[in-house]
Write a protein that binds this ligand. Structure first.
Ligand code: AMP
Ligand code: ZN
Length: 508
């Protein structure tokens, strides 16, 4: 018997148990997801953005499966130290000092820059962007209610005693005591892994961001922020907590310890005591060009890709072609290949649209990222599309198998002798998960003129026309001269380009 979509369970890899588990929502029909967001002291690099493309894909899959999604992403505008340890500087204070700007201006500027990247990558808006500085009173109240049993005060702040909760560090699977130096020593700490939940302003100093608290003036610890905001906005336990794999080592074990403290300390054998039922982590984007470090001047941020003539959704494609739990190596060639794949899809869709128009069919439904739940969709899925949508559904339900889903999507595009209107509907349904907005993209919008190119598109096209004429007249000397002159101005002519895209940025 063919498996129906509704019978395909969603299986997700839970970092806490290191196992694939069937997703069972805490509240029937709902999915509540918290994603650790950026610390807005600098532009995000494209590795950071992989974490949000992953969280967005998870959200889209949950929507596809018919869950009412409540997604929260936080913005950390206070409290994140430079080295995840307790002795570093506050990243925000440091950048504000370096730029001689107020912390509030720094936060505002980089939050806007992050949101621009979110938009460019078609990452859907979450239900809430929670801004850490909006929740300081709640953070103080949280700390107060666990302080008696779980914390101790030192000169530098209020510290969480990690020996007071069961299974501390299980998520990291690391030794917690000697801890391979994983947390820098602060004098007086009871255990190496203990961490500050409130950092006192040193006597005689004034921080730009500081609040009164029972422990004196100071600022909340980074780990406390996420425990408080997820609890406030989603309630404990909620369904899924996401972040990059580095958070599996310190930040999330510390969040879990605080959640255990506030909920009564149960053992992690019951995953709900951790605050979220499922903890998910994307693996890293690896870059061997050395440009991903935020201290390297021109670092790999989305705008750099755009400046070099790549449409930002090529980066989304690059992410989706890999499994989120695999390392993904960045290279300009990989990005160019991802862009080519996206172009092929856009051209295929254009052809289907043209056929649809030729047949005089009714206009295509405008793109809506939430068009479909399984119940609504089933009626339309007859004939040739049914096995494809089932395989697509199985792929994304298998721990977000986007790489496989993309190949099935390619099969849909290539399917012959189908009604173009129905095919466009199928594309819309699948694209709502993949998130390219394919029905809206066109050839022209994908071709971005590289910043370094000194020619306009129309100048390039005019040169190409001249070259085509020269070639037609077998005047290869002129044709080569035009190619060389374009190359010297940053434009590479692509003879024999199967997509007939004709030119692209020469990346040198
Ligand atoms: P941050 O702003 O440093 O807190 O990082 C934002 C998000 O990006 C976190 O979820 C990190 O775990 C994640 N992240 C950092 N570096 C990378 C990388 N190279 N690849 C993928 N995710 C990353
Ligand atoms: Zn967090």
């Amino acid at each position: 018997m063919t498996e129906t979509p509704a019978a395909t369970p969603l299986r997700l890899f839970n970092s806490l148990t290191r196992q694939l588990e069937e997703f069972r929502p805490v509240h029937a029909g709902e999915a509540r997801v918290y994603t650790c967001g950026p610390t807005v002291y600098n532009y995000p690099h494209i590795g950071n953005m992989r974490a949000y493309v992953f969280a967005d894909t998870l959200g889209r899959v949950l929507s596809f499966k018919g869950y009412q999604l409540r997604h929260v992403i936080n913005i950390t505008d206070v409290g994140h130290l430079t080295d995840d340890a307790d002795a570093g500087e506050d990243k925000m204070e440091k950048m504000a000092a370096a730029k001689a700007q107020s912390i509030w201006d720094i936060a505002q500027h980089y939050t806007q820059a992050y949101w621009a990247d979110v938009k460019a990558l078609n990452i859907r808006q979450p239900a809430h962007w929670s801004i850490a500085t909006d929740y300081v009173p709640q953070m103080i109240a949280f700390a107060q209610s666990i302080a008696g049993k779980h914390c101790y005060e030192l000169e530098s702040g209020l510290y969480f005693d990690t020996s007071t909760v069961a299974d501390y560090g299980r998520l990291a699977r690391a030794a917690t005591e000697e801890g391979e130096g994983r947390i820098e020593a602060v004098e007086g700490k009871r255990n190496a892994a203990d961490f500050a939940i409130w950092r006192k302003t040193p006597p005689g100093e004034k921080r730009q961001m500081e609040w009164d608290s029972p422990w004196g003036k100071g600022a909340p610890g980074w780990h406390l922020e996420c425990s408080v905001m997820s609890r406030e906005l989603l309630g404990l336990p909620f369904d899924i907590h996401t972040g990059g794999i580095d958070h599996r080592e310190i930040h999330h074990p510390n969040e879990i310890a605080q959640n255990q403290a506030i909920t009564g300390c149960g053992s992690l054998d019951c995953a709900e005591h951790s605050g979220a039922r499922v903890w998910m982590h994307n693996n890293f984007l690896i870059d061997r060009t050395g440009k991903m470090s935020k201290s390297s001047g021109e670092f790999l941020r989305l705008q750099l890709l755009i400046d070099k003539g790549f449409h930002p959704l090529a980066y989304r494609m690059l992410c989706l072609q890999a499994h989120y739990r695999s390392e993904l190596e960045f290279s300009w060639d990989n990005l160019a290949a991802a862009l080519t794949r996206l172009k092929r899809m856009v051209m295929a869709v254009a052809q289907i649209k043209a056929r649809h128009a030729e047949l005089g069919s009714a206009s295509i439904t405008p793109f809506d990222p939430h068009p479909w739940t399984l119940n609504q969709g089933q009626g339309d899925m007859g004939g040739k599309f049914a096995p494809l949508i089932e395989r697509f559904h199985a792929a994304i339900s298998d721990d977000l198998g986007t790489a496989v889903a993309l190949t099935i999507f390619d099969e849909v595009l290539a399917l012959k002798k189908t009604d173009p209107g129905e095919k466009l509907k199928m594309i819309e349904v699948m694209d709502a998960v993949l998130g390219f907005g394919l029905l809206e993209l066109d050839r022209a919008s994908l071709r971005i003129r590289p910043k370094s190119a000194t020619l306009t598109e129309s100048e390039i096209e005019a040169e190409l026309d001249r070259r085509a004429e020269a070639r037609a007249a077998k005047d290869f000397a002129t044709s080569d001269a035009i190619r060389d002159s374009l190359a010297s101005r940053g434009v590479e002519v692509m003879d024999g380009d199967p997509l007939r895209w004709e030119w692209k940025l020469d990346l040198g």
